[in-house]
Design a protein around this ligand. Structure first.
Ligand code: PLP
Length: 287
């Protein structure tokens, strides 16, 4: 496995960054999680756009253009020969001194890792997930705005830990006002009376690429879809609940905090969107 490290490909065991990298010292950096399907990178432009927007927001200069970044992603995929890959793109502030001031970091580190994809077991899709809500709340302060895909994922890690403690794979986060935001690494949708709803990102959610694609698919199929705040009660009494994300794609949720959602099996709208999204991944790719 070859890792892209600042313009060069190096063996996995040699792909190392300094302990003085501010990504390591302070979580000062950004990342993207991208997928390729049969060699086509799904929504590559959208991921690169989000990366550069995250960088802009935290005043991080990426030492290459978005076009060069796209080419670097495609090249990483080519040299590793994984047609179905999970691609992790990381830009850290780079090596500096121990002080907080990022001006000591002269050059950002750009890292691209492509790995053979480990899919979730199909059983999860057929049966749907059981999830819970957790005490960790989604913060929306300026620098930790969830719209910035920064290396500060402690909040999300706490959610993962709390989910595991409850014996489930994923959990929902609320914000400080009690509105439902998203999962640890997925956006959330509910279906009620044929209408699809997802929280507006200003409540505290990443503007997921999969989320956007699913909203487009709803429009294409004449399914009413809107961004509207909702509470846990709305989740408990929904007809269907599902999560979306690059790794999980579209996945049904059949139980939230021990409340059975609908009849306890993946619903028709969720299954349709799961199927249509899979079709889209085969159509919308960059080679
Ligand atoms: N929410 C969070 C916090 C995430 O980290 C991710 C994953 O990237 C998502 C949602 C889903 O976003 P996407 O569909 O772009 O993968």
């Amino acid at each position: 496995q070859l890792i892209y490290l600042n313009g060069e490909f190096v063996e996995k065991h040699k792909a190392v960054v300094s302990v003085y990298d501010h990504g390591f010292l302070y979580g000062d950096g950004i990342f993207e999680g991208i997928r390729s399907y049969a060699g086509n990178v799904f929504c590559l432009h959208e991921h690169i756009k989000r990366l550069y927007e995250s960088a802009k927001s935290i005043l991080l200069t990426i030492p290459m253009s978005p076009d060069e970044m796209e080419q670097a992603v495609l090249e990483t995929l080519r040299v590793n020969r994984y047609p179905d890959a999970y691609i992790r793109l990381i830009v850290s502030r780079g090596v500096g001194d121990l002080g907080l001031d990022p001006r000591s970091c002269k050059q950002a580190n750009v890292i691209i890792i492509a790995e053979q994809l480990k899919l979730f077991p199909q059983e999860n899709y057929d049966r749907g997930l059981r999830i819970v809500t957790v005490p960790t709340r989604r913060n929306v302060p300026d620098a930790l705005n969830p719209k910035i895909k920064s290396l500060n994922y402690l909040n999300n890690i706490l959610v993962k830990i709390e989910a595991a403690q409850a014996g489930v794979l994923e959990a929902l986060m609320l914000n400080h006002e009690g509105y439902v935001c998203e999962g640890s690494g997925d956006n959330v949708f509910l279906v009620k009376n044929g209408k699809v709803t997802t929280p507006p990102t200003y409540l505290g959610a990443l503007e997921g690429i999969t989320r956007n694609a699913v909203m487009e698919l709803c429009e294409l199929h004449g399914i009413p879809c809107e961004e509207k705040p909702f509470t846990l009660h709305d989740v408990y009494v929904a007809d269907e609940v599902f999560l979306t994300g690059t790794a999980a794609e579209v996945i049904a949720v059949v139980d939230v905090d021990s409340r059975t959602i609908g009849d306890g099996t993946p619903g028709a709208t969720t299954l349709l969107l799961t199927e249509e999204f899979r079709k889209l991944t085969r159509e919308r790719g960059v080679k």
